[in-house]
Design a protein around this ligand. Structure first.
Ligand SMILES: [Zn+2]
Length: 133
């Protein structure tokens, strides 16, 4: 049973919804995957025929490790098994970006409320001082 929301800041429910989606991510793979079909150097090879029977697929997984580009080859089975983790990398970025926007909005709305309160107090002080001046 879900009780009343203890967090009264704006977009609390939306933020919690995003957090739940983030909690479902159980793997993230960085970098990008390119699937290539290639021709070799042999002039008599089937890859030179018309229509060509190209070699491959060669599945290249490229990522940056300590500032260096690293490329590894994956089997089709590996790609199929890990595709959700590659998809998760993009999903993670999107969810974090959304959560960031909503969190900033929540903080800014607090600031607006605070500055309104301060302005009221300041006005109050000025008004209370006025009769004496
Ligand atoms: Zn060939």
């Amino acid at each position: 049973m879900a009780g009343p929301d203890p967090d009264h800041r704006p977009w609390a429910a939306t933020r919690r919804g995003i957090a739940e989606q983030l909690g479902q991510i159980d793997g993230v793979l960085p970098g990008s995957v390119v699937v290539r079909h290639m021709r070799c150097g042999k002039p008599s090879c089937a890859c030179r025929a018309d229509p060509p029977a190209l070699h491959g697929p060669y599945i290249q997984w490229t990522r940056t490790v300590h500032g260096k580009t690293v490329t590894q080859y994956l089997s089709q089975e590996q790609l199929a098994r890990h595709q959700p983790w590659f998809d998760n990398a993009r999903r993670l970025k999107e969810l974090v970006a959304k959560l960031e926007i909503l969190s900033v909005k929540a903080l800014e709305s607090e600031n607006r409320r605070a500055s309104t309160t301060q302005a009221t107090k300041a006005t109050g002080r000025r008004q209370s001082r006025r009769p004496g001046s």
